[in-house]
Design a protein around this ligand. Sequence first.
Ligand code: ADP
Ligand code: MG
Length: 254
Amino acid sequence: MNTKGTAICITSAKGGVGKTITTLNLAGLYENLEKKVLIIDFDLASGGISAALNIDVNKSIYNFVDDYNNNRYKEFKNYISKYDEYIDVLASPKDPRQASKIDAKYVELIIDKAVYNYDIVLIDTSHILNEINISTMDLVDKLVFLITNDPLDLKNMRSLLTILKDINYGNFKVVLNESVAPFKKYFSLYDIKNIINANIDYVISKDFYIKNIDSIVMSGKIITLDEKMPVLFSKDYTTLMRLISDMYNEEASS
Ligand SMILES: Nc1ncnc2c1ncn2[C@@H]1O[C@H](COP(=O)(O)OP(=O)(O)O)[C@@H](O)[C@H]1O
Ligand SMILES: [Mg+2]
């Protein structure tokens, strides 16, 4: 592969809004389009990508940084864990204490190596506005902000978007995820847009609430790789397909 892939960061102003599950679902949909995908788990202290996929991690982001620092680095692929033929993972450290030893100056190097080896690079994050996340948001081609119908989440989101507008970042999409807390419906779409002072680009509806999500996670499966998915969740499947093709096509034409 010699063309540059697209780097997409999935982030939020609050934890537990569905970032990790959405990252996995987007990876599955890109696999369905036969794209080579790398998931980078930048939720360094509490990342769950490799655990969710039941992947055994040999080397993590910590080993990449440590080796690079000590002139032991040879090839990017030595730090990659494989999920299937299309999806690879660059895992967060096994020991959360290693997270604080990862300097944000390596973010650019990691993303750069990733985009030259994959069609799509999906970056899962923690919601904490630390240097790793700020560098990531600054460097990716696209940002996906997940929000929920939750006052605290929306108030935080407004501040986060203000910061982004300050650094002149316009390349983001806002996704209202109603599937994590389907009973929350305090605000209307109109209210939400006013609170965050931004548009809502996509809505993952409450129909996408998956009752047996815990058993799916335990088995290491990705929901969108299930062939029943387009039928069972046709509306939200269409929304997610629109999201992934918008991200990909916009990049190709820019
Ligand atoms: N579509 C869904 N249906 C049911 N539960 C979901 C769905 N998406 C996420 N969840 C659950 O919500 C919780 C938070 O999701 P997660 O992806 O870990 O959020 P984050 O990464 O933003 O912290 C998890 O327990 C997850 O299993
Ligand atoms: Mg997460």
